[in-house]
Design a protein around this ligand. Structure first.
Ligand code: FAD
Length: 406
């Protein structure tokens, strides 16, 4: 009898996992279960071209719809997995049914972090952004001349700001911290993006908190902690995500800010794997365990888990990378900058093409490259090898990064 693998969650990682399982000739049944009404799709365009109305929904799919039939993959959409019974090896579904598995891949992703309960936080016109439905609702409000208030100056908030400015809205971004993208980039990179957004007309309010929302049924204002009120026809909040780990924890799997997996993407139960945003995983190239929120991680973990299920011995060890599109600026990030003790700029931010190199001592940890794909591409190998750099010459953008190893 052939074995059945069930993939719980039907997002980006799941779409890649089923494709790799078939490509590597998984001999048994493949069942994909997801709570959303859509086949696996890519989320990055949701705050970029899809939000701007420049990309049709069909272009979001990870694989074309015909792929699932052609590859004999059973797909159960609008179906939530409510529990895992590891003794009987079955999933409890929200439609009351049960679904047995021989192997299970948890690809549950993450959900948006919510604001604490505040006066007016149930008004219409307040949005979060994680899925296609969220974008469809936000788009209704993206009308020229309207007031948009964005809470949170992370990637998603700033990408939405860039799109809305282009569409002619009056955009305010409120951020509690003293600079934008503080969690991930160094002060000069924040300063560059702050200038860009202000030049495009964004009213950027740093070190600003909110007390609540004003309006009858529909929001018409955001109340700041100093008591002042900002006019708002719609509000988009982007203050981070929370990994979906509850059903794994309830089933007794190890969880620590993510479902804990090893470098083969296996959980503490050898029949169960986990991939993507919901995982906490070791990465020997960066020397610690991390939880990542990126397409690269979702795809690579999916490939690793599927390869192991098909009998290979695949280990996940990739340098994390990420990107963000704001206006005509492409920010590409390689590596993780946490723990850096020096950040060196290469090139002049005024030219709108430069990079920021993060070092620990002389070793390169990470690179932020703005409109500078060359530094981004060359940095990956240097970071993977924890290369010592020629720190004195590093700022000289006339010398290629790869030629600056000490
Ligand atoms: P998801 O894509 O979130 O998929 C998980 C799926 O599981 C969801 O459909 C969820 O509904 C479903 N699910 C959860 N629980 C259950 C359950 N109990 N039963 C059934 N189904 C369940 N990354 C980049 O690298 N670059 C970018 O520029 C970028 N931009 C982004 C912009 C936006 C607006 C967003 C939201 C994300 C962005 N990301 C970006 C992050 C990237 O999209 C995620 O890292 C990626 O989607 C993770 O894939 P995943 O499969 O782990 O999770």
């Amino acid at each position: 009898m052939t074995e059945r693998v069930v993939i719980a969650g039907a997002g980006h990682a799941a779409g890649q996992a089923v494709a790799t399982l078939r490509q590597k000739k998984w001999p048994g049944e493949i069942v994909l279960v997801g709570e959303e009404p859509w086949l696996p799709y890519q989320r990055p365009p949701l705050s970029k071209k899809f939000l701007a109305g420049e990309l049709p929904a069909e272009r979001l799919y990870v694989k074309p719809p015909a792929f699932y039939d052609d590859a004999s993959i059973t797909v159960k959409l609008e179906t939530r997995v409510d529990g895992i019974d590891r003794t009987t090896k079955s999933l409890r579904l929200n439609d009351g049914g049960a679904l047995g598995y021989d192997r299970l891949i948890l690809a549950l992703g993450a959900r948006t972090r919510r604001l604490p309960p505040l006066p007016g936080s149930d008004l219409a016109g307040l949005h979060y952004l994680r899925n296609v439905q969220d974008v469809q609702q936000i788009r209704h409000g993206l009308v020229e001349g309207r007031n948009l208030v964005i809470i949170g100056a992370g990637y998603i908030g700033l990408e939405v700001a860039a799109v809305a400015c282009r569409l002619g809205l009056h955009v305010t971004v409120i951020e509690m911290q003293d600079r934008v993208m503080k969690r991930v980039v160094a002060p000069p990179v924040s300063a560059f993006y702050e200038r860009e957004h202000r030049q495009h007309g964004v009213n950027l309010m740093l070190e600003t908190g909110i007390r609540g929302f004003r309006g009858h049924t529909q929001v018409d204002g955001v109340v700041l902690t100093d008591g002042s009120i900002l006019a708002a026809d719609l509000v988009v909040t982007g203050i981070g995500i929370v990994p979906n780990t509850e059903i794994a924890a309830a089933a007794g799997l190890e969880v620590a800010d993510g479902i804990v997996v090893d470098d083969r993407c296996r959980t503490s139960d050898e029949l169960i794997y986990a991939i993507g945003d919901c995982t906490m995983h070791p990465n020997r190239l960066i020397g610690r365990s991390v939880r990542l929120e990126s397409v690269q991680n979702a795809l690579e973990q999916a490939r690793t888990a599927a390869a192991n299920l098909c009998g290979e011995d695949a280990r996940y060890a990739e340098i994390p990378w990420f990107w963000s599109d704001q206006y005509d600026l492409k920010l590409q990030i390689a590596g993780l900058s946490q723990g850096y003790d020096r950040a060196v700029l290469r090139g002049d931010p005024e030219s709108r093409s430069f990079s920021c190199i993060y070092l620990s001592g002389s070793r390169i940890l990470a690179v932020d490259a703005v409109n500078n794909p060359k530094d981004f591409l060359q940095s990956k190998r240097l970071i993977a090898d924890r290369t010592s750099m020629n720190v004195e010459k590093l700022a000289d953008a006339g010398v290629e990064l790869k030629n600056l190893a000490a």
